[in-house]
Design a protein around this ligand. Structure first.
Ligand code: IMP
Length: 192
């Protein structure tokens, strides 16, 4: 059984990652470690540097960085989504987009894993959708009430965790990580 540790203080995000990994047969739990958050325009770089700076461990350590890129705002808030959520929130974003017809936005996720030998790999996922005209739903976290993925009638906040994972940037990135981990461990077991 493959087991990994998640380095995050965001419990809602951790629950999504744990559920997506469990579907692939991988167990995960939160490690009480703090990660380094560098400032960068690239989510991949933020996740990679965070993973590289983690202490040595004999199990894989996983970190994730995500952001909402709004087309009409030239990709804002992007890598600054955490700060913008804390300061402006969903309401602030809706206000910025008042009267704006172009509602497209993309959620991006970068998941990095640090392996026991020190190797770091990054996996990404993205989901396009629209910023709704009002908040809908009370599940999930962050900008979930104002993001409706393309092809769905629901916002992320109107979906169960499992349903959100099927659509979400994070679900896609985590499934790529899971596949890589399973291949790696089965190759190692075969080589023994
Ligand atoms: P973090 O820096 O990866 O923790 O995420 C940045 C911010 O983006 C979070 O604080 C949320 O406000 C927002 N965010 C990231 N992923 C999601 C998501 O799946 N749903 C809603 N908001 C998200």
């Amino acid at each position: 059984m493959v087991k990994v540790y998640l380095v995050t203080s965001n419990r809602a995000k951790a629950a999504e990652i744990i559920s997506a990994l469990a579907e692939a047969g991988i167990t995960a739990e939160i490690a009480p470690i703090k990660k380094l958050e560098v400032q960068s325009d690239s989510l991949e770089e933020i996740a990679r540097v965070a993973a590289e700076s983690l202490p040595p461990s004999n199990a894989p350590l996983v970190v994730e960085d995500a952001g909402l890129f709004i087309t009409a705002l030239n990709g804002f808030p992007g890598p600054y989504s955490h700060y913008v959520y804390k300061t402006l929130g969903c309401r602030g974003i809706l206000k910025l987009l008042e009267g704006v017809e172009e509602r497209r936005a993309c959620f991006k996720s970068a998941v990095a894993v640090k392996m026991p030998g020190g190797e770091v790999e990054v996996f990404t996922g993205e989901t396009w959708g629209v910023i709704t005209r009002e908040e809908r739903g009370d599940k999930g976290f962050g900008f979930d009430p104002i993001f409706q993925p393309e092809g769905s009638a629901k916002t992320f906040a109107e979906m169960s965790l499992e349903e959100k994972n099927l659509w979400s940037h994070r679900g896609k990135a985590v499934r790529r990580l899971a596949q890589w981990l399973l291949e790696k461990y089965s190759a190692e077991a075969g080589g023994r």
